[in-house]
Design a protein around this ligand. Structure first.
Ligand code: DGT
Length: 220
């Protein structure tokens, strides 16, 4: 059951897309427009949970640490969803929905996350969805080709991601596509605005402008 958004709740927009699709770049642009609050992905929390780099542990030993990682991802994204803000729009980098429907889904399909671990994450997720104010009004999908984001990941050379294989990125792409574009995986709890994010990130202004005209200006 979805909670009805309260009338004074800001319009909540979750920015989604494959690893390296340009979510941070998009959000840095949006932040400059003013009258918005941006909750960036809690990556630094994932890298330092009481001194533990959970992201690194996840990639080093996914069988052992995927449950640990997804538990903390779910908590930190819930914290982002429920943070108060006084602006008309608030933007989230990712959401509990993509964590569950894309990443946990991938771990389950690959048999990396054990079935009881998956069930516990899923029960938490269902409880959060029902009991907490995690409603999203719109998803922005930064749509990319897996080859393009893979190049970007190699180029940015984030230490934890050095061993991520192309196959992983490709199948995460397919899951995002099935969820947000073809809408044939789980539910999509809000409309989706798709942006072509293959364009070089330095020249993506036209795509961003289309979003501002069709979404932000219409709702002011
Ligand atoms: P951007 O700005 O589009 O380049 O975004 P990224 O790539 O900095 O951010 P994101 O969320 O796509 O990924 C950051 C890292 O965290 C990346 O190695 C994938 C990982 N990650 C994010 N969320 C989850 C999750 O729920 N589960 C798993 N297993 N990994 C996740």
């Amino acid at each position: 059951m979805r909670r009805a958004p309260s009338l004074d709740r800001p319009c909540t927009i979750a920015v989604e897309g494959n690893i390296g699709s340009g979510k941070s770049t998009f959000l840095r642009h949006i932040e400059k427009l003013g009258n918005v609050t941006v909750f960036s992905e809690p990556l630094e929390k994932w890298r330092n949970c009481q001194g533990h780099n959970l992201l690194d542990l996840l990639y080093q030993d996914p069988q052992r640490y995927s449950f640990t990682f997804q538990s903390y991802v779910q908590l930190t994204l819930l914290q982002a969803h429920t943070q108060k803000c006084s602006t008309k729009f608030r933007f989230l980098e990712r959401s509990i929905f993509s964590a569950r429907y894309c990443f946990v889904e991938k771990l389950r399909r690959d048999g990396i996350m054990a079935s009881p671990e998956y069930s516990v994450i899923d029960e938490w997720f269902k409880w959060i969805k029902q009991e907490q104010a995690v409603g999203v009004d719109l998803f922005v999908y930064l749509r990319t080709d897996p080859e393009v984001v893979y190049e970007r990941i190699l180029k940015r050379d984030r230490a934890e991601e050095r061993k991520v294989p192309f196959e992983y990125i490709k199948s995460l792409h397919e899951i995002h596509e099935d969820w947000l574009y073809h809408k044939r995986l789980y539910e999509c709890p809000a409309p989706v605005f798709t942006i072509d994010a293959n364009v070089d990130l330095g020249m993506i202004g036209d795509e961003y402008g289309r979003f501002e005209d069709q979404v932000l200006k219409k709702r002011v």
